[in-house]
Design a protein around this ligand. Structure first.
Ligand code: NCD
Length: 362
């Protein structure tokens, strides 16, 4: 019983750290669903499908005033803290809007220099203090694994609360991967679904956490092909390629973007994450070969999907925005629905939304 309610409790930290990522993932689940949402490896295909279906129901329920009021009542008694100690506006606002949609009351910490951390308090102590006032923590942090550590730490206090990873270092960004899956699923709905598609990832694949998380989710689909397009020094990590091999995914690694464009069912563009560069390093790199320009549009399949987690720089020419294949603005909107779905599911309040939706459509 204890294990189901609080799966990380009583597991020594040293022992926990030795586990593989899939072993760890099992400890973030409760009652067969994510309790903490920390890594992409927590999701299996049925759970992706459940979250996407719930996001669609929420999206439709939210079309009327009655529906919006119903949603806002679901978690009215709960409070969440957005703890974002790394620059973010879009993911922050997306979680903010998603939380408001399902009625969570919110507070946020964004600039940790105004808190007692400046007095020498450890970040662990700060988060533990703040967590006393809340029922959920949604956190972004520059250090990979920090959200995981907080989840473990809180699990071993008298007041454990769920933790959602909203971006951890260069490592993982599971909620972004969920919204990417939701966007792809909607795009391919009438085209046989995501199974069997060729997904081309472009840009900074070494430090782009969105790509790392999304590749793991896409590996749950059948007959997938993935192509990783990047300068050699920014190529996708061996850990991800190893996991893809183990999952039977076909993949290729290249630095020739133009050559692979015609085969793509979806292109996932990313920004060079030069905030991780050594001083002076970024100026030396010419990444224009990894840009999608307007003249490339005729090279792409007529129904290809163009995605980007944003923020964009020069990777996608602004003229492309008007092309029906450009889905990045839709991704933003989808992010709000799927994050609301994730939050409801963590609090185990999704059945109420299912019921409301059934009554609405019967
Ligand atoms: C991404 C991130 O923070 O990893 N942004 C986001 O959350 N949408 C991508 C990026 O910063 O390039």
């Amino acid at each position: 019983m204890m294990y189901r309610d609080n799966p990380l409790k009583d597991m020594p930290w040293a022992e926990f750290q030795q586990l593989s990522i899939t072993e760890k993932a099992a400890h973030f689940q409760r009652n067969g669903r994510p309790y903490h949402a920390l890594v992409a490896q927590q999701f299996d295909r049925p759970s992706l499908e459940r979250h996407c279906a719930l996001a669609t129901k929420i999206r439709r329920i939210a079309k009327t005033r009655g529906g919006l009021l119903f949603l806002q009542d679901l978690l009215r008694e709960k409070r969440a803290m957005l703890y974002f100690s790394q620059p973010s506006t879009r993911t922050f606002l997306s979680f903010h809007a998603a939380s408001q949609l399902v009625g969570l009351q919110l507070a946020n910490v964004r600039d940790t220099t105004t808190s007692s951390e400046i007095k020498g308090e450890s970040q662990e102590d700060s988060v533990r203090t703040f967590s006393s006032y809340f029922d959920m923590i949604i956190m972004r942090h520059p250090e990979g694994g920090f959200a995981e550590r907080i989840a473990w730490l809180l699990a071993n206090t008298s007041r454990p609360v769920p933790v959602i990873n909203a971006g951890s270092g260069k490592d993982q960004h599971p909620s972004q991967a969920l919204l990417d899956i939701y966007t792809l699923q909607r795009h391919f709905e009438e085209r046989g679904g995501i199974d069997g598609k060729t997904i081309v990832f472009v840009g900074d694949l070494a430090r782009g956490r969105t790509v790392r998380s999304l590749a793991m989710l896409l590996a749950l689909y059948r007959n997938m092909s993935m192509v990783f397009v990047a300068p050699p020094e920014l190529q996708i990590g061996k850990d991800i390629l190893g996991a893809l091999s183990a999952a039977g995914v076909q993949f290729a690694v290249t630095d020739n973007f133009e050559q692979v464009m015609p085969a793509a069912d979806a292109i996932y563009m990313t920004r060079i994450q030069d905030e991780w560069d050594q001083p002076g390093e970024s100026g030396k790199r010419d990444t224009s070969r990894f840009h999608l320009r307007a003249e490339h549009l005729t090279w792409l399949k007529g129904d290809a999907a163009i995605l980007h987690p944003l923020p964009r720089r020069a990777e996608i020419a602004p003229e492309i925005d008007a092309d029906p294949r450009a889905l990045y603005w839709r991704q933003v909107r989808n992010g709000m629905w799927i994050r609301a779905a994730l939050i409801l599911s963590i609090f185990e309040r999704d059945a109420e939304a299912d019921r409301y939706y059934r009554d609405l459509t019967s």
